[in-house]
Design a protein around this ligand. Sequence first.
Ligand SMILES: NC(=O)c1ccc[n+]([C@@H]2O[C@H](COP(=O)([O-])OP(=O)(O)OC[C@H]3O[C@@H](n4cnc5c(N)ncnc54)[C@H](OP(=O)(O)O)[C@@H]3O)[C@@H](O)[C@H]2O)c1
Length: 291
Amino acid sequence: MPNVFVTGASGTIGHGIALEYARRGYDVAVHYNRTAEPAVKLAEEIRAMGRKAVLIKGDISSVEEIGRMFREFEEQLGEVDVMVCNAGVTVIFPLLEANEKLFDRVVDTDFKGTFFCTSFAAKNMIAHKVKGTVIVISSNHDKGCWMNFAAYASVKAGLDKFVMNAAMELAPHGIRVVGIAPGYTATEEANRTHVAFGIEDTSYYDGVTSCIPLKRFGTATEVGKLAYFLSSEDAGYITGTTVTCDGGALLPALTGKWKLMKGADPLDPTLDEWPDKLNDPNARRKKKQQI
Ligand SMILES: NC(=O)c1ccc[n+]([C@@H]2O[C@H](COP(=O)([O-])OP(=O)(O)OC[C@H]3O[C@@H](n4cnc5c(N)ncnc54)[C@H](OP(=O)(O)O)[C@@H]3O)[C@@H](O)[C@H]2O)c1
């Protein structure tokens, strides 16, 4: 059976990715760092599907820890067929209030962690003569800009570049490296109940989705399905690129619909009125006169 190593499987997107690979017949290394309970439950769920699931704990901001995690993987499952570098933190802070601790947290986890997980996974693949795939979970912050995300967004943009370079270096070994840039993503349950990121106020969900062309959050399962496709033979000619999976959330930004708001919230309750205002020739003429 092929093996997949999913970092951050105790979290929302990692859970969806791990389950999707299990459904497709993979044995799964379920990685977690601080929250064991969801990882243990997920491993049980995967075993109930008739697949093997092993638990691997570790902090990916430490290269030493990553080395240990891969030794454990090797002992328990052997070869890495697919590596999904998903674990990450979304640390939000204004540039003017930045401090080294916050900066290091996001860079060490999201960038250094992904970089070294890819490196260790590739070494395992080469040692086992596996023409595997590394999937890097980026974010649509790689291209879009939201207030107070300077560190996170820069790291995610950096990961897209990393995907390109890693793909070029690993291509001679038959290893592909592909990124996925999700937008707002939650569990199916959260989508059904309109609860976003555990925020019980459903108006938050409605407010955000009103700005997304497909009018809903993405689901962790959808990211899982995309990861599976990109690592499958059907995507065998795809490498060194990052696929955006965000319901078109970045598209209004290109046409000026997004408005940057105070804090990290990019929402404007009057946003839906904008297109009318913009299309009203009288309003445009008035604006011109003011200028
Ligand atoms: N959800 C979204 O809307 C969204 C959108 C775009 C991109 N993303 C990206 O998708 C990935 C997963 O996000 P998510 O929403 O599923 O987040 P999440 O629910 O908060 O889960 C994050 C996962 O990363 C793990 N993790 C955090 N710090 C770690 C560290 N130092 N060492 C090892 N593992 C660590 C966590 O492990 P423990 O909890 O066990 O500590 C958890 O499993 C991230 O890379 C994120 O940037 C998410």
